[in-house]
Write a protein that binds this ligand. Structure first.
Ligand code: ADE
Length: 281
């Protein structure tokens, strides 16, 4: 046809977690199937326009939520987004709260992470290519700060936002034991989830700025009086959260497009300790 197609690229990607399987406000959508050396991503990537900006949307668990946190093809997902030219990833993720002050329906924009996953490949390196990348600030500070402003610009009626929190990532799919939940609190973790590691590490290796908008669904199982987390309980809050998150994302996309914030991630490889580059070109 003579219809001009925009190029298959995007500066900004949204990875949607549990509850956020699509972005209702995306227009002019195109579904793109991308294959990578690490297999297929969780699903087709949807390119569309949000707030007048082209964005890439990927549902982390796939349509119909087919993939457990351990099964998510993290490397394929990040690789596929990189091939589209993505420089910013906003990760939207359901989490449990490990603090009294972080309530269900609140949103948390963490600045630190603890990786307690056990069975996931968490690097693109190996097979001759060796690089050690800094993860001292695992989430892009500039993008995180921008997400906080996006929350303030959005008209979110329930809950509040919190920044500077620590996200602990567990393997799952089971929720934690009560002893583990107490232990994570002692470690100074504030929120708990199952997916943002190794996603954040891989994004850093790919020199993509990555920040998380965490949606609190429950109090895990440490709390003396609040209901212990169950799938039913978490899902009840997920749907409300997903509506609120979409408002924040729209504001965030507008701010990123306007400001193109510099990220420590954008030159992560230049700063890395690279001892062998046999396999890189
Ligand atoms: N995702 C949502 N709630 C969670 C919890 N309590 N533990 C781990 N991941 C979660």
């Amino acid at each position: 046809t003579s219809i001009e197609q925009a190029p298959l690229s995007a500066d900004i990607a949204i990875i949607g977690g549990s509850g956020l399987y699509q972005m209702d406000a995306l227009i002019n959508k195109r579904h793109i199937t991308i294959d990578t050396p690490f297999g297929s991503p969780s699903d087709d990537i949807v390119l569309g326009e949000l707030a007048g900006v082209t964005v890439a949307f990927l549902t982390r668990h796939g349509q119909g939520h087919r993939l457990t946190p351990s099964e998510v093809p993290y490397r394929a997902n990040i690789y596929a987004l990189k091939t589209l030219g993505v420089r910013y990833i906003v990760s939207v993720s359901a989490v449990g709260s490990l603090r009294e002050s972080l309530q269900p329906l609140d949103m948390v924009i963490p600045d630190q992470m603890i990786d307690m996953t056990k069975q996931r490949v968490s690097t693109f390196f190996g097979a001759g290519a060796v690089a050690h990348i800094s993860m001292a600030d695992p989430l892009c500070p500039a993008l995180a700060e921008l997400l906080t402003r996006a929350y303030d610009n959005a008209d979110v009626v329930e809950g509040t936002s919190h920044s500077k929190a620590t996200y602990v990532c567990i393997e799952g799919p089971q929720f934690s034991t009560r002893a583990e939940s107490q232990w994570y609190r002692q470690m100074q973790a504030d929120i708990i989830g199952m997916t943002n590691m190794p996603e954040a590490k891989l994004a850093r290796e790919a020199s993509i700025a990555y920040a998380t908008l965490a949606l609190v669904t429950d109090f895990d199982c440490w709390h003396p009086t609040e209901e212990t987390v169950s799938a039913d309980y978490a899902i009840k809050n997920l749907m409300k959260n997903a509506d609120n998150a979409q408002k924040v994302i729209k504001e965030a996309v507008a701010l990123i497009a306007a400001e193109s914030p510099n990220s420590v991630a954008h030159d992560a490889l230049a700063q890395a300790l690279v001892t062998s580059v046999d396999m890189m070109d």
